[in-house]
Design a protein around this ligand. Sequence first.
Ligand code: ATP
Ligand code: MG
Length: 385
Amino acid sequence: MSTGPGLGRPERAGDTPDDREPAAETATPPEESAAEDQDRPAAPSGHAMWGATTSGTADNVGYVPTGTGGGTPPGRSSQGESELVREALRDAKVSRESSTVVQETAVAALKAMAGRRERDWPRPDHCRVITIANQKGGVGKTTSSVNIAASLALHGARVLVVDLDPQGNASTALGIDHHAEIPSIYDVLIEDTPMEDIVVPSPEIPNLHCAPATLNLAGAEIELVSKVARESRLRRALDSYDIAKFDYVLIDCPPSLGLLTVNALVGADELLIPIQCEYYALEGLGQLIRTVDLVKAHLNPKLNVSTILLTMYDARTRLAAQVAEDVRAHFGEIVLNTVIPRSVRVSEAPSYGQSVITYDPGSSGALAYSEAASEIAHRGAGAAK
Ligand SMILES: Nc1ncnc2c1ncn2[C@@H]1O[C@H](COP(=O)(O)OP(=O)(O)OP(=O)(O)O)[C@@H](O)[C@H]1O
Ligand SMILES: [Mg+2]
């Protein structure tokens, strides 16, 4: 399992009282809100903080799983999470444990559960290709790709993560080698190498695979310019690969709207946009949506902005609540009910070459990503059309 170059394994932050980060502006006394947050992974809609939504979007954001007759599936709460998973994760709560034995047991239990309770989350009848993009940097694209992929795979779905970012962060987070000599997505896009020559299994999670990115990919933006069908090269590669053996292909994009991201938009059926609950979060979204419209008009009419995920939510700040409210008011039902909280465990996990789902299954970040993945699985491909 790789750690980042020059990165020693950090000490587990078991000595920190909470896996949250300090906030500058507090809406409630820190002690109170920190205590509140310990078992609450995310703020569901209908929670008081959404109450002030101006345009009645409380109804819009109501989570109605598709493919299940619109009702709440058995064993599933109205928030969409599987009771079984919730219960198992609650039992596996290890975020403040220092014992790795306890944690390994919890991970093993999760993996076993994934095999047994596959039916908890419906698998799509065709492979859903979902691009995770936002040209704003550091909003949680990679973190969301990796953790949603891990959650889906742990619930029996067969998942491929395509790392389309020269930084190779998704490859790192999945514990996949991605030094310059590794066959990578660069070779697929530029050298016409078949996908099957570069896809590798996750060392940790069954059913999870990765098409890694190396630094070579940094040159691809320029090298692609002179290539035939430069915007559709990923689509072609996926078309000639047997993607039917996967339930989901998740494509992690770089923070730009260059040819790599355009290739991801042309190659996908769906777009998931992570939005950080911070000031400026909405800036640049207009440009992203315009790019999507252009891609739809000229290159990929199937592309559907199906999902928005609010990330790095800090329940102690009024700002985060305000941003979340604005996003829900603007985008309505495509915004997942689940909100990803800011959590130190989420940011620690990649340095162990792990998703937070396996690194600390009981942490608020792991629970939230698991719930977000459950929503995605239940909403199905056509939910936001
Ligand atoms: N919920 C969270 N809580 C705390 N830290 C987080 C959370 N989500 C992401 N981070 C951290 O924020 C940073 C940016 O996240 P990430 O790399 O996923 O964003 P990105 O959009 O992929 O960035 P880039 O645009 O550079 O590709 C990382 O250090 C990550 O560990
Ligand atoms: Mg990234």
